[in-house]
Design a protein around this ligand. Structure first.
Ligand SMILES: Cc1cc2nc3c(=O)[nH]c(=O)nc-3n(C[C@H](O)[C@H](O)[C@H](O)COP(=O)(O)OP(=O)(O)OC[C@H]3O[C@@H](n4cnc5c(N)ncnc54)[C@H](O)[C@@H]3O)c2cc1C
Length: 393
């Protein structure tokens, strides 16, 4: 029997775990490799070589890109409190509330209690939705949530399943049929950083603070949506807070040093998705719809299917929105269709991740910001806008 699923390039595995959940013998476990990314490992003694794992693999069976063009919108939630807790415009929370009405269930990524892992969970009550709110910049462990979602769908319950594009493709392959009661929401995804690096970073921050982390926020909006900050709250009532341009973890992530190998050649970066709705930050909104940008968060919403359009229509009264051209929206957010470039030092960085401390890793591998980007950071946002308008004339 085989030890691994037969992929041409092992590094293309996206870790969605559809294979582990489809195995009738339960002989596949998701195990972390040296870099901290989960891969399926088959127990050779119990495997019956039925092929179910390979049949559901979204990498072995890439689905053809659906035809047509999604409808694109700039949108934000009128619920300011929720919007400020969300990474972009807070549209996810409204879609989730819509599904929770009438006994629906919502699946998405939540942080573990020790702040070290992102894990997919099911939420059934509106008051628990905060757990899914906000981006967690590490790969969420899917666990058995595809199976749980399938059970709920078969019971006729409405289900919203949210995740990265590969997780939604994995769910589609796992389910093997369409369900009228399923709403899939994916994201424009930069790529997922190593969970092992995040764990190391949490320990480093805990050591600095002298106490355990109780809550972490990757995208706190204290200084605005665009200049977002990383925030840790510790058990001794202290906190760490740093804007993204100075936070070491965010810089390692955004300089692409620690992404999952498959993310550098993502198979699911396309305009048309198998998901019903794609959500993203509306980066570049200044030139497309500046009137909607108050720096509290603006979402780019792409509706791909009738189901997506119907649910988005149902929340119309709760959002401020404007239809936009897909081409213009793409201009500020090429991650919809393009993978990140793998830096030359990426593999050396990952090899040294265990032996070096966080500040040493940063010192050895992070590029220093250029003088022009440093100057840009110093200019306040309203002044930047005025300058931009002036230069356009
Ligand atoms: C790893 C990652 C990379 C991203 N890269 C980009 C990018 O390059 N460009 C861009 O425009 N937007 C990106 N996003 C999406 C963006 O940050 C927002 O999540 C999105 O705009 C939705 O925002 P919201 O305000 O509507 O809802 P929010 O409340 O902010 O979003 C919550 C939703 O995100 C999901 N989620 C959170 N963390 C994870 C995770 N680790 N894995 C799977 N799902 C998760 C939750 O399940 C929930 O559905 C990324 C998100 C993640 C998680």
């Amino acid at each position: 029997m085989r030890k691994h699923i037969d992929l041409e390039e092992w590094s293309t595995c996206c870790g969605c775990s559809a294979c582990a959940q489809a195995c009738p013998k339960g002989c596949i476990t998701m195990q972390a490799d040296g870099e901290g990314f989960l891969y399926p490992v088959i127990d050779e003694n119990t495997c019956i070589a039925c092929g179910a794992c390979e049949h559901v693999c979204p990498i072995k069976n890439t689905s053809p890109e659906p035809t047509g063009e999604p409808d694109a919108y700039a949108a934000y939630s009128k619920n300011t409190e929720q919007r400020l807790e969300s990474s972009s415009g807070g549209v996810f929370s409204l879609l989730a509330e819509e599904i929770l009405q009438n006994s629906g269930v919502v699946f998405g990524a939540a942080m573990s209690e020790d702040c070290r892992k992102a894990q997919h969970i099911a939420v059934e009550r509106q008051e628990d939705l905060w757990k899914l709110r906000g981006s967690k910049y590490l790969q969420s462990e899917i666990g058995s949530t595809y199976r749980q979602a399938e059970n709920a769908l078969k019971q006729g319950r409405r289900v919203l399943f949210s995740g990265t594009p590969c997780e939604i493709e994995g769910l589609h392959r796992y389910l093997r049929r369409e369900y009228e009661n399923l709403l899939c929401v994916d994201l424009i995804c930069h790529g997922v950083p190593s969970a092992k690096l995040w764990e190391k970073y949490v320990s480093y921050r805990e050591n600095c603070a002298g106490a355990a982390a109780q809550r972490t926020f990757f995208r706190h909006k204290k200084y605005g949506w665009k200049t977002f900050a990383v925030l840790f709250e510790f058990a001794n009532n202290t906190a760490y807070e740093q804007v993204l341009s100075k936070d070491l973890f965010m810089q390692m992530f955004l300089q692409n040093l620690c992404l999952r190998p498959s993310c550098y050649a993502c198979a699911f970066k396309k305009k048309n998705r198998v998901s019903d709705i794609t959500l993203a930050d509306f980066w570049g909104c200044d030139s497309v719809c500046p009137e909607l940008d108050d720096d509290k968060g603006l979402s780019l919403v792409l509706c791909h299917s009738i189901m997506g359009r119907t649910v988005f229509k149902a929340i119309e009264g709760k959002i401020v929105m404007e239809p936009v051209s897909l081409e213009k929206a793409l201009y500020g957010n090429p991650s919809l269709v393009k993978s990140c470039k793998k830096p030359e030092q990426r593999d050396a960085f990952m090899m040294q991740m265990d032996s070096l401390m966080i500040p040493q890793l940063a010192q050895g591998y992070l590029k220093k910001p250029s003088l022009s980007s440093y100057i840009k950071q110093l200019i306040p946002v309203p002044l930047k806008r005025t300058l931009k308008r002036f230069l356009k004339r």
